[in-house]
Design a protein around this ligand. Structure first.
Ligand code: SAH
Ligand code: MG
Length: 235
């Protein structure tokens, strides 16, 4: 596919992660863990450096790779702007990340990776369970509001995650969704796609329509990585 060639060309310029983070990326790739692509990482870092979020909620941790990428970017952003003094749960600067994962094996591995890279498994707070239910149970009183939400879990459920993300954010907050192109399959004819995936694609299409129509946000749909939507809350 021509598109894949372009993507790979651009990704060939992307920098490797430093230290242990690169090992985590490589190991995840070898084990088929669907971590963010390299150019997705570039855009995520860019958005964090530009917007300087102090509190991020991630939906879909896997082994913690993207959370660690975001953490690093928050620390880099911290030298600039007003988030200089924001601390996480264990006193590191840069700000706070809370992340949600359903799969216990992955959750454990993620915590091991947080410990390895950040020196404490609690430097990023991991909540276990079905993301939609976990989000539903998160009250603003207990968890506060987030400046950024990164949605990267079950593709058929983005609409529900998004509504909860709206409840947990405020004007100016950014909501990002990964994998909106489902490896390009969403563009294919219905008849070429497995039934289960067809339902997921139908849901994804109506989700994309929904967020484009939503007047509370401004949304750009991007072909970066496996496709991403970036929405900014206008109200
Ligand atoms: N953000 C990660 C990759 C996440 S992959 C990174 O880029 O490094 C998607 C993850 O979502 C998987 O680990 C999967 O177990 C998890 N997931 C799938 N359905 C979920 C659900 N209903 N609730 C919470 N997590 C879910
Ligand atoms: Mg993804």
């Amino acid at each position: 596919m021509e598109f894949e060639r372009i993507n790979s060309f651009l990704e060939s310029f992307a920098e490797d992660d430093k230290g242990g983070l690169n090992d985590i990326y490589k190991e995840a790739q070898e084990n088929g863990v669907p971590v963010i692509r390299r150019n997705t990482k570039e855009l995520m870092k860019l958005l964090i450096l530009v917007a300087g979020p102090k509190r991020i909620l991630e939906v879909g941790t896997a082994v913690g790779y993207s959370a660690l990428v975001m953490k690093e970017a928050m620390e880099a952003a911290c030298g600039r702007s007003e988030n200089r003094n924001e601390m996480d749960g264990v006193g590191r600067t840069g700000g706070e990340i809370i992340t949600i994962e359903l799969d216990e094996d992955r959750a454990k591995e993620a915590e091991g990776n947080f410990e390895k890279i950040l020196g404490s498994k609690d430097a990023i707070k991991l909540l276990r369970g079905d993301a939609y239910k976990v989000m539903k149970d998160m009250t603003v009183e207990e968890y506060g509001l987030f400046d950024m939400v990164f949605i990267d879990a079950a593709k058929g459920q983005y609409s529900g995650y998004f509504e909860e993300a709206m409840r947990l954010t405020k004007k100016g907050s950014i909501i990002i969704c990964d994998n909106i192109l489902s490896g390009g399959e969403i563009l294919e004819s219905h008849f070429l796609v497995e039934k289960r995936n067809r339902t997921i694609h139908d849901r994804m299409r109506s989700f994309l329509e929904e967020i484009k129509k939503d007047e509370r946000i401004y949304t750009a749909l991007l072909s970066v990585g496996d496709g991403m939507s970036v929405s900014v809350r206008l109200a």
